[in-house]
Write a protein that binds this ligand. Structure first.
Ligand code: ZN
Length: 112
């Protein structure tokens, strides 16, 4: 399962981070692009399951969904994207550049 391996990676990275050693982590904030393949609810659930028995036990995952945005390279129109397959809504061009929407990044970590 995709979300399980992502959750395991987050727990491993933070659990072995030298700056965080010995500091109980309460909240891990994640930014997930709307066009990423991650299902936030599944990721939160898997994190909660896998975190038990690790140095991060008791930590909670909070996910902020980042809207997907693109810019048309033909007419310059900026627009929001809801679907992984899209054209410029202004001119119909397929030459579009995705500006955000695929990210999966740790925004910050809250410790005690
Ligand atoms: Zn266009």
């Amino acid at each position: 399962m995709h979300e399980a391996s992502i959750a395991a990676t987050i727990i491993e990275r933070l659990g072995t981070h030298p700056e965080l050693a010995g500091r109980p982590i309460r909240i891990v904030r994640l930014r997930v692009g709307r066009l990423s393949t991650v299902v936030p609810a599944n990721l939160e659930f898997m994190f909660g399951v896998l975190v038990e028995g690790t140095p991060l036990a008791g930590a909670r995952l909070e996910i902020e969904e980042v809207p997907a945005r693109a810019v048309c390279e033909e007419c310059g129109a900026p627009f929001a994207v809801d679907d992984p397959v899209f054209l410029c809504p202004a001119c119909g061009s397929g030459k579009v550049r995705l500006e955000s929407g695929r990210e999966l990044t740790i925004d910050n970590v809250e410790t005690d």
